[in-house]
Design a protein around this ligand. Structure first.
Ligand SMILES: [Zn+2]
Length: 350
């Protein structure tokens, strides 16, 4: 299936979302359809064909092993009902700015902030598709510090830990942006910058950078290197800060998003996950339908390995202090509910 159809393969609106996914079983069936579009295939032996058991798992007709479509995915072993997951995924995918853990907790009556926080991080963890295409054409590359800014009291800004981040953006002639990529880098050395460029930009592309010596040698790696010198710009009477307008625009967008939607509450260890979310949404900003983005997130999720709670809280950088481990986790109620029978009328009859 190349191009999924709106209103058939994915919901177009919150109305369709509610009509399609009324029960946890509806959600499970959708995941089964996404994970096994041509019917059950045993993940263990590859046999196609089996039986659906009373507990909604499948029993392979070949090796007799029981499994489910959620086994080995982010939905595995979570106590969160699928109706809650689907609505969280819709809010995450369909909102122009996504959703914060605090808003998600309040909206879906999730018992604890930690559960909402972990759900959003599980969704973020599936967004980077292995083997995705690198940027190409004409690409601006620059590095900047991101994060570490929290809205302070009395209007000031408290400086926290900032993360040196490299950003690449496709630019079109005469104006406009294509896709972007960003990743934290250790330092602004040639080895770190060259590694970022080769990871994220297709050789043969034109790479525009400033005059920083760390970018020297990109031409030897197969790129057409267009160096824009600040000094030359100043000599021409141009604003040196506008040498790389696309990268600076993306940097200000993500900074604004972190301060706005997330209130600057992102710590340095989780910043890469927020960058992935920002890039995923930015690169789909022209998507015809937000429902299509919802579909893509769930499709990536059923293809993805499970993410354990401790993987989310453990820092990947040895020597740095891990973020505060969330303590309690609450089980949110399913959104599969019996009819409430107009409680506002019944209150009057007392
Ligand atoms: Zn099997």
């Amino acid at each position: 299936m190349d191009q999924p159809r709106a209103g058939v393969q994915y919901p177009r609106s919150v109305g369709e979302l509610q009509a399609w996914f009324r029960t946890d079983d509806d959600c499970l069936d959708y995941l089964e359809w996404l994970g096994w579009p041509d019917g059950f295939v045993c993940p263990r032996c590859g046999h196609d064909g089996g039986w659906r058991m009373y507990d909604a798992r499948f029993k392979c007709a070949g090796c007799r092993v029981r499994t489910s479509v959620t086994a080995g995915t982010i939905f595995d072993r979570t106590r969160t009902p699928l109706t809650v997951w689907f609505t969280a995924c819709w809010l995450f995918a369909s909102g122009k700015d996504g959703i914060s853990a605090l808003s998600l907790q309040r909206t879906l009556e999730i018992g604890s902030y930690q559960t909402a926080w972990a759900m959003l991080h599980r969704l973020r963890s599936v967004l980077v598709r292995p083997g995705r295409e690198r940027l190409n054409g004409t690409v601006e590359v620059d590095e900047t510090f991101i994060g570490g800014e929290e809205p302070g009291l009395r209007g000031g800004r408290q400086r926290g830990k900032k993360v040196l981040t490299c950003i690449a953006v496709e630019v079109s002639d005469p104006k406009g942006f294509g896709r972007c990529r960003m990743a934290p880098i250790e330092d602004a050395s040639a080895s770190a910058l060259h590694a970022f460029v080769t990871d994220h930009v297709e050789p043969g592309s034109t790479v525009i950078t400033d005059g920083w010596s760390g970018y020297f040698g990109l031409d030897r790696l197969g790129y057409v290197h267009d160096r824009r010198s600040q000094r030359a710009a100043r000599a021409r009477g141009q604003d040196a800060g506008e040498l790389l307008p696309a990268v600076h625009r993306i940097a200000s967008l993500i900074k604004r998003w972190l301060l706005g939607t997330h209130q600057g509450s992102t710590d340095a260890d989780h910043l890469p996950a927020y960058m992935n979310e920002f890039v995923f949404r930015f690169n789909r900003r022209n998507s015809r339908s937000r429902g299509l983005v919802f579909y893509r997130v769930l499709q990536l999720a059923v293809d993805h390995d499970p993410v354990r709670y401790k993987d989310l809280i453990v820092t990947k950088h040895p020597g740095k202090t891990p973020p505060t481990p969330p303590t309690s986790r609450g089980k949110p109620p399913s959104l599969e509910r019996p009819r409430a029978d107009r409680p506002w009328r019944r209150a009057d009859l007392r």
